[in-house]
Design a protein around this ligand. Structure first.
Ligand SMILES: Cc1cc2nc3c(=O)[nH]c(=O)nc-3n(C[C@H](O)[C@H](O)[C@H](O)COP(=O)(O)O)c2cc1C
Length: 419
């Protein structure tokens, strides 16, 4: 087993784990929810969304998959979970030999991704499905996609940008499910038509609501976040209608993401045309989440007024908790933007394809995202950037096991004692 920062828990036997999957499936169908299929597997209708940096790694994704759902590893900067890789790469972060440093850091992240996929597989024991989420906006996007596919990943999920090139990157891996994250019907039409010309259709599509989800959001500007075109009531039926009228015979599952916290939410979204839901924040605060305990506390204890939207250095709106660092940053953002100029980034590896700080773009974010996500991953509540969705959490501020969360979501309120 590869060295990891998180000790491995004891797993139930395959027979016990399979019995739990069966019980969760029965609970879901008995309470009026529909199961769904992806990559040849029948699954409970809950997907754990990818969360970087180091929030959903092999531990969380493997645990979720073991319960018959989709668990997603976020590929971003996973070396941070591996002390040996950090020891090797930290001294290079500000190296002047940029090409060498970037090569070593990227290689460490790919090694960490392989280790986390292996860890998730060991935990899941072949149950459920394991996906890797890669953000289109990161410079290591193509490398991370290839690493995940070469490691035999079940599904690749891409958000934070339009993955027009994903079919080419995955051409030698016809069995891997390819899943774009989009937010409106126009985006879906664009991707489906472009991919079709390359001989591949999405195996599922995540429809993420920018007014509700955590992390980077699929709208161009903060003022667009409330646009009704993103409302599930509009986008889910519109996408279903587009897929039907375009004549796609194969059913393309839709996964609704953002603000889901209850059985009623899942039922409502399935009635609107979704096959499954994707949840982030609620999984980030579970016991098995790969995040630091302080990270979970910041998300779980945030009040609605503590959750804010801002423009990230990647140029997209993002949502997170107004921690001391973010509060200060937002107050001085106009001043930082006024003096934006190139080369204010002194990191040796270009973590993003486009970065407001590095490229001196005065109309977008002006902070080092890798540094502040790194602080959050280490549990530094003062300096960290803590992404969070806008919705309420199923167990309030309690940190509970993944199993409690799934029981609650699939079986209705009676399934787990209310806190
Ligand atoms: C801490 C955190 C980190 C996230 N990181 C990513 C990411 O790296 N890539 C991505 O596509 N989505 C990311 N997301 C979005 C989630 O995968 C998910 O779609 C979203 O949070 C769903 O909304 P919810 O939090 O209301 O359930 C992140 C969300 C959170 C809360």
């Amino acid at each position: 087993m590869s060295p990891t920062a998180v000790p491995l828990p004891t797993f139930p036997s395959l027979a016990e784990a399979s019995a739990l999957v069966e019980q969760l499936r029965e609970k879901a169908t008995a309470s009026g929810l529909k199961l769904w299929s992806l990559a040849g597997k029948t699954l409970i209708p809950v997907v754990q969304g990818g969360m970087g940096v180091g929030i959903s790694a092999g531990g969380l994704a493997g645990t979720v998959a073991r319960m018959g759902a989709v668990g997603t590893i976020s590929s971003v900067d996973l070396r941070r979970l591996h002390p040996d890789l950090m020891e090797k790469t930290r001294p290079l972060e500000k190296s002047r030999d940029v090409a060498h440093a970037k090569g070593v850091i990227d290689a460490a992240n790919n090694e960490a991704l392989r280790r986390e996929i292996a860890r998730a597989r060991e935990i899941s024991q072949g149950l459920g499905l394991i996906a890797v989420n890669v953000m289109k906006a990161i410079s290591a996007y193509a490398q991370n996609v290839r690493t995940a596919l070469e490691a035999g990943i079940d599904a690749v999920v891409v958000g934070a940008g339009l993955p027009l090139d994903l079919p080419e990157l995955a051409k030698d891996h016809p069995k891997a499910a390819l899943i774009p994250i989009l937010s409106d019907a126009r985006g879906v039409q664009l991707i489906v038509k472009k991919w079709e010309k390359k001989g591949r259709l999405p195996d599922a599509i995540v429809i993420e609501h920018p007014r509700l989800a955590g992390g980077h959001l699929g709208a161009a500007k903060i003022m667009d976040l409330n646009d009704p075109r993103f409302d599930f009531e509009n986008v889910l039926p519109a996408v279903r209608e587009f897929l039907r009228s375009a004549g796609y015979e194969r059913h393309i599952p839709l996964i609704a993401a953002g603000g889901v916290s209850s059985h009623e939410d899942i039922q409502r979204l399935q009635e609107l045309g979704a096959d499954a839901v994707q949840m982030g924040t609620a999984f980030a605060v579970t016991q098995e989440s790969d995040a630091a305990p302080e990270f979970k506390q910041v998300l779980a204890n945030a009040r609605p007024e503590d959750v804010v939207e801002f423009i990230s250095v990647a140029g997209l709106p993002a949502r997170g908790v107004r921690t001391p660092w973010l509060d200060k940053y937002l107050r001085i953002e106009p001043k930082l933007q006024a003096v934006a100029h190139e080369k204010r980034c002194n990191m040796a590896f270009d973590c993003l394809q486009h970065c407001g700080l590095r490229d001196g773009k005065s109309d977008i974010g002006q902070f080092c995202i890798d540094k502040h996500l790194g602080h959050a991953q280490e549990g530094d509540t003062q300096k960290g950037l803590f992404f969070r969705g806008a919705g309420k959490l199923p167990f309030g501020s309690e940190i509970r096991p993944v199993q409690d969360l799934l029981q609650r979501l699939l079986g209705g309120r009676a399934a787990v004692a209310n806190p």
